[in-house]
Design a protein around this ligand. Structure first.
Ligand code: NCD
Length: 310
């Protein structure tokens, strides 16, 4: 691949990607999706070392970054934070500088604080890839979600996409919305009023406080988990009441378009925001495609950031 010299050095959020950069990434992700085990790719990052620094739990994201790096021939060092010197009081920057001194070429970081990845990127001279910072952004998730929509619906422009659930605490929603608006989709956000921030993408998204109104006629429904770990106190009613009003099942999905797809970034709380039978119904659910596409998107990100000899 010819390196795009204007491609950002870091991947911190989705807002500043150009349409050309997104199209270029999606082309490369499509290639990696269709050539997952092509041995030729294993020389692209051979000899490089990528460090995974996860200050919050992760299943899909961390593993997908590892597999993506391996496919390009890079080695991955995944730090176990609980057993690292961070637990002895070392700062994130000190930890990162030590990794750099050992020859690490890029850092993938998930952190509970908003802008943690941006702040690290401003202070270190190796690329930083944001794997989720607090309630702010989760850029590679946004990219893999919109890539999945494009694969299923051919084009993102003109799509009607509903994002439903805990909007207030969702970095996934924000990263998706930046991309969807840029690419010409119409975005509905659906949330109980207590989980809906004020002035959210002011005037650019349509807010609904009712699930069936919000998903009427949409092409895509993305359900989000309630992020209890980020809440001060109980902001929401009990699980059964939440599921009754805000959970999606086959019956409620009928007000969306007949060929609507159902998405979820994981982890799913089955029977809360998403009915188990719908989550597993291949006629609508593309949840495991999202996971599969997540490896391809992260492979394309590593290639774009590190593949040009940077
Ligand atoms: C999300 C996250 O961590 O932001 N999950 C993910 O990365 N696939 C959403 C969540 O935790 O609910």
């Amino acid at each position: 691949m010819k390196p795009d010299l204007n491609f950002p050095r870091h991947c911190l959020g989705t807002e500043h990607f150009t349409l050309d950069q997104i199209a270029g990434l999606f082309d490369r992700a499509e290639y990696y999706l269709t050539h997952p085990k092509d041995g030729a790719n294993a020389s692209i990052l051979s000899g490089r070392v990528i460090a995974n620094l996860f200050f919050e739990n992760s299943t899909r994201t961390q593993t997908a970054f590892e597999i993506a790096a391996w496919r390009l021939g890079a080695r991955v060092s995944s730090l176990s934070i609980a057993h690292s010197s961070i637990s002895k009081g070392e700062t994130v920057l000190d930890t990162a500088q030590n990794l750099r001194a050992m020859g690490v070429d890029a850092i993938v970081m998930r952190h509970p604080d908003n802008f943690a990845a941006r702040d690290l990127a401003a202070q270190i001279d190796i690329p930083v890839i944001n794997a989720g910072d607090g309630t702010n952004e989760h850029p590679t998730q946004g990219l893999l979600d919109v890539f999945t929509m494009q694969r299923h619906k051919k084009t993102v422009a003109g799509l009607r996409v509903a994002i439903c659930g805990d909007i207030a605490h969702s970095r996934v929603a924000r990263s998706n919305i930046h991309l969807l608006l840029k690419m010409g989709a119409v975005v509905h956000v659906i949330a109980p009023p207590v989980l809906m921030p004020e002035n959210y993408f002011t005037g650019k998204v349509q807010y609904f406080d009712n699930l069936s109104d919000g998903i009427r006629g949409v092409d895509v429904v993305m359900m989000l988990r309630i992020q209890k770990e980020r809440m001060q106190q109980t902001e929401i009613p009990g699980v059964r009441e939440y599921a009754f009003h805000w959970g999606l099942d086959h019956q409620k999905l009928k007000s969306a378009k007949p060929d609507a797809i159902v998405m979820h970034p994981g982890p799913i709380n089955r029977g809360v925001e998403l009915d188990a039978a719908l989550a597993d119904d291949p006629k609508y659910s593309v949840i495991l495609d999202q996971v599969k596409n997540g490896v391809a998107i992260r492979t394309a990100i590593f290639e774009s950031i590190l593949g040009g000899g940077k």
